[in-house]
Design a protein around this ligand. Structure first.
Ligand code: FE2
Length: 346
C-alpha cells in the first residue's frame, strides 16, 4: 500500500476506518462490491484484481447484456444486490437514470478527472473510457480523402461497398442519436437511407465481422468501433491476416463537431448497500493504473488526460472526439430506432 498512487488516498482511509474484524487470523466480514456489467472483456478481470489488491475489497461480478441488466435491476427493486452498474453505452446509462435505477454521486476526484461531457451532470453516471465510431476501409481500393465525413459514405460512389451491423445494436443507435442531436431528424434519416442504399450486404454480424469482410473483399468501408480495430491489429490468428493487412482507418467528422464517441461507463445503483466500496471502485477505474489497462488491454480511449492510448490505435492517427453531452444519446435513442425503421436499416 505504501507505493499506492496518491489518487487512492481517500480510499485507503476508508479501508482503515472499516478494517475487517479478525478472528483466528481470518476476516469475519469481507468487504465487497457487487457489480453488474455489460462489459465482456478478459482484461477487465485484471482491472478488478488490481482494485482488490489495492483496497482489499472483493468484486462480485455479474455479466449480462445491457437490457437484461436494466430489467433485472428494475425487477429486483430495493432488494437488488447491485452496487455498481457498468455498461458499454451512454444511452443505457441515461435510460437507467430515467428509470431511477441510479443514485447521484458527488465526488470531486471523479469530477476532476472525467470531462464534463462524458458524465451525467447530476452525478448518476460516469464515463470510464471512450470508443469512437469510425470508418475502416480497404487500403487496396479506397482513397481515404473521399471519406472525410459520415455523410461522405452516403454518396453514390460507395454503392454496394458499405459494411455495418444491424440497427438493433446500440452503437448504431447512439451514432444516429448524435446525428439527430446535431443536425436534426431529417438529416439523420437521410443519412440512414443513404447508408442503406450503399450496403454491400444485409446488415449482420458484429463489428469484427465487418472488418473480416473487408479482408474478404465483400465490401470496402465498414462502420465500426475503434477498439475492435485495435484488437484485430493485436490478434495473431493467421486467418485474420487478410483483414489486418487491408485495413486503414479514418476518423469521420460529424457536422464539424469531430468523430462520434460513446463511452463505457458506470453508475452507483439506487439501492447500493456497499456505497463506499462502489465509489472506491469508480475512483480506481479512473486511476492511471486502471485507465492504462483499459487502453492497453482493450484498446479503448482513456477518459483521463495524460494516459497514453494503445500503440495499435495511435498508428491510425488522432481522434478528435465530438464533445456532445452524451445524455443526448439517451434522449434521442427512441427516435433513432424509429428512423432506422423508416430507412429500412434492419
Ligand atoms: Fe462491443
Amino acid at each position: 500500500m505504501r507505493n499506492a498512487p496518491s489518487i487512492l488516498a481517500p480510499l485507503m482511509v476508508l479501508v482503515a476506518c472499516n478494517a475487517p474484524e479478525f478472528h483466528s487470523g481470518k476476516p469475519l466480514r469481507e468487504r465487497v462490491v457487487n457489480v453488474y456489467s455489460h462489459r465482456h472483456y478478459e482484461s477487465d478481470q485484471q482491472i478488478f484484481d488490481g482494485f482488490t489488491k489495492r483496497t482489499g475489497i472483493h468484486v462480485n461480478l455479474v455479466m449480462a447484456d445491457d437490457d437484461e441488466i436494466l430489467t433485472r435491476l428494475q425487477q429486483e427493486g430495493a432488494n437488488s444486490p447491485c452496487d455498481l452498474l457498468i455498461t458499454s453505452d451512454a444511452g443505457r446509462l441515461g435510460l437507467a437514470k430515467r428509470r431511477d435505477l441510479l443514485r447521484p454521486i458527488h465526488d470531486s476526484l471523479l469530477e476532476a478527472v472525467i470531462p464534463s461531457h462524458l458524465r451525467d451532470a447530476d452525478g448518476n453516471w460516469f464515463g470510464l473510457t471512450m470508443r469512437a465510431r469510425v470508418f475502416a476501409y480497404d487500403k487496396r481500393t479506397v482513397d481515404p480523402s473521399h471519406l472525410r465525413t459520415y455523410a461522405d459514405l452516403t454518396k453514390p460512389e460507395w454503392k454496394g461497398q458499405v459494411l455495418v451491423r444491424t440497427s438493433e445494436h446500440v452503437y448504431n443507435q447512439s451514432l444516429l442519436a448524435a446525428m439527430i442531436a446535431h443536425e436534426g431528424r431529417d438529416s439523420a434519416l437521410a443519412w440512414a437511407k443513404g447508408i442503406v442504399a450503399n450496403l454491400a450486404r444485409e446488415p449482420k454480424g458484429s463489428d469484427t465481422d465487418q472488418l473480416l469482410a473487408i479482408g474478404e473483399g465483400i465490401g470496402s468501408v465498414a462502420i465500426v468501433n475503434s477498439y475492435y480495430i485495435g484488437k484485430l491489429m493485436k490478434n495473431t490468428d493467421p486467418a485474420r491476416d487478410p483483414a489486418r493487412a487491408a485495413i486503414g482507418v479514418v476518423f469521420p467528422d460529424l457536422d464539424g463537431h469531430g468523430t462520434h464517441v460513446n463511452i463505457s461507463g458506470a453508475g452507483v445503483a439506487r439501492h447500493a448497500e456497499h456505497m463506499p466500496e462502489a465509489v472506491a471502485l469508480l475512483e480506481y477505474l479512473v486511476s492511471d493504473e486502471a485507465q492504462a489497462l483499459f487502453a492497453e488491454g482493450n484498446e479503448e480511449y482513456p477518459v483521463k488526460a495524460g494516459v497514453p492510448i494503445a500503440r495499435e490505435l495511435a498508428a491510425f492517427g488522432t481522434l478528435t472526439p465530438d464533445t456532445l453531452d452524451l445524455q443526448a444519446l439517451a434522449t434521442y435513442n427512441a427516435e433513432a430506432v424509429k428512423l432506422f425503421d423508416a430507412a429500412g436499416w434492419h
